[in-house]
Design a protein around this ligand. Structure first.
Ligand code: ADP
Length: 263
């Protein structure tokens, strides 16, 4: 219909400007480690020498600047806002938290205002030439993630789940959302999927056998990686040093899997 937003409607192509790959990161629900995974994906690609940015669209919990230790105030020019960069790998970040006087206060704006702000995060931000721009979506399948996905020229979406969450239909809902919006599913990252015994190094499935194979089969997408419940990672996140994540091989594998899925 006129001015309608039917998800099945053909999209006007949105100019990707200087961005090579535009990848959304979503989840069926909050708390599965979506933001942490977004940051790890960015770190993985930046360690390969790629130019990387993160558009933090999770206004319910805008945690990307904190994960990467970014506290710089925003710099604006006539042309637009310049996203500050992380100290080590130069990952560019735009987040509502960079606009707030007190990042501890919740964002209480209503939907349309937030939708406009997120459009500005794409239109009015000088992202420059990037190989990868990741979008940390709001969790779930409500209006907010939908609006974000419709306003950006996405190449695909990565889905983050945890073993507890996988038992629920909510993950499949997120997959169907991507399908309805014609956004290709690039694959799944299973977070907090096992625990490593500090004594013997054995990997233990805390939540029973994983259901992720069923999901990847049903939606014909790859498993891009698995991350253990890791107190060191939690500590790095809390102290803004996710760039120092030590499991280099795990991140290399994640980067290769994402590249392969986008090829
Ligand atoms: P979401 O974006 O899905 O709401 P976050 O990425 O903010 O989730 O993660 C929620 C909390 O869980 C954070 O405190 C984060 O540090 C922690 N966390 C995420 N992944 C792991 C992990 N693999 N091991 C340990 N803690 C984790």
């Amino acid at each position: 219909g006129e001015g309608g937003t039917c998800p099945g409607q053909a999209k006007e192509p949105i100019d990707k400007r200087g961005v090579g790959r535009f990848v959304a990161v979503g989840s069926g629900k909050g708390g599965v480690g979506k933001s942490t995974t977004t940051a790890l994906l960015a770190v993985a690609m930046a360690r390969r020498g790629c130019r990387v940015g993160i558009l933090d669209a999770d206004v319910t919990g805008p945690s990307i600047p904190k994960l990467l230790g970014i506290r710089d105030p925003l710099v604006g020019t006539v042309a637009g806002m310049i996203p500050p960069a992380s100290a080590k790998l130069g990952i560019r970040v735009m987040s509502v938290n960079l606009l707030l006087d007190d990042p501890a206060k919740p964002v209480v704006w209503r939907g349309p205002l937030i939708a406009n702000l997120l459009k500005q995060f794409w239109n009015d931000v000088e992202w420059g030439n990037l190989d990868y721009l990741f979008v940390d979506l709001p969790p779930g399948t409500a209006d907010a993630p939908l609006t974000v996905m419709q306003s950006l020229p996405l190449d695909g979406m990565v889905l983050v789940t945890s073993p507890q969450g996988l038992a629920e239909l909510i993950v499949e809902k997120a997959c169907h959302m991507a399908g309805m919006l014609d956004v290709p599913l690039l694959g799944v990252v299973e977070n907090m999927s096992f625990v490593r015994c500090p004594g013997c190094g054995q990997e233990l499935d805390l939540f029973g056998p994983s259901h992720v194979a069923k999901l990847t089969e049903r939606f014909s997408m790859p498993l891009l990686g698995r991350f253990p419940v890791d107190p060191t990672l939690a500590l790095l996140c809390d102290s803004g040093r996710v760039e120092d994540y030590g499991e280099a091989e795990r991140l290399e594998d994640l980067a290769s899997a994402l590249e392969a899925s986008l090829a």
